[in-house]
Design a protein around this ligand. Structure first.
Ligand code: CO
Length: 221
């Protein structure tokens, strides 16, 4: 396929969208109010909007290799902070997929380059979860680690100060973990939804100083 096909496709798409709804782009241009933040894998076979039937404007999206949530990743933190504080999304979805190349690479010893450093946390997760892999072979091992990785990243989202501060403010916010099947296009809820600090392991809980200071100011007045 040639690069110009993409621009031609875009022309046709834009015309079709305006035929269906002449005001569509005008409305989108004035503001976006997505209710969902999607954290997914960069894999070309897992197009976020398409698999959940969402139109432009309905999904705020962050994707990277193996849908990782890294506490020092400024790109991810900026997306999360904007989604939670400014857009005030109510639902965050961490979506992994079976057969993830990043997870598969983490399970191997093959050198792929810089990406090996990005995937190192998945090796650590595997190492911490070794007993769960007993008796599993091949793709079953990859797919289990894909699911464990989603569960870990759900917790990593909740451990950020951004999500904890939102919960401290009383903001409604749920973080979900889903897995996508490349074989049949189906999504499965891993039932690891978190909606508050009470579901977090104690060590990760950060009490908001800001909140304390505001209380102190109120008390002085
Ligand atoms: Co992947």
């Amino acid at each position: 396929m040639q690069i110009k096909s993409l621009l031609e496709n875009n022309q046709k798409w834009s015309v079709k969208m305006r035929e269906g709804d002449p005001e569509f782009f005008h409305r989108l241009a004035t503001q976006q109010r997505p209710e969902f933040l999607w954290i997914g894998c960069s894999d070309s076979r897992v197009p976020a909007n398409e698999i959940v039937g969402m139109m432009p404007g309905e999904l705020f999206v962050h994707r990277n290799v193996a849908n990782m949530v890294v506490a020092t990743d400024m790109n991810f933190l900026s997306v999360l902070q904007y989604a939670v504080d400014v857009l005030e999304v109510k639902q965050i979805i961490v979506c992994g997929h079976h057969g993830c190349g990043g997870v598969r690479a983490a399970l191997s010893h093959q050198a792929l380059g810089l990406i090996d450093n990005w995937l190192r946390a998945i090796k650590a997760l595997y190492h911490q979860s070794l007993p769960l892999f007993e008796g599993l072979e091949g793709e079953d091992r990859v797919n289990l680690l894909c699911e464990l990785n989603v569960m870990r990243q759900v917790r990593n989202v909740c451990h950020t100060t951004i999500v904890q501060d939102a919960w401290d403010r009383g903001q409604e916010l749920a973080v979900h973990g889903w897995i996508y099947s490349l074989r049949n296009g189906g999504l499965k809820d891993l039932n690891v939804c978190m909606t508050g600090k009470d579901q977090m392991d104690d060590i990760y809980r950060i009490e908001s100083e800001l909140k304390g200071d505001e209380d102190a100011v109120v008390n002085q007045q």
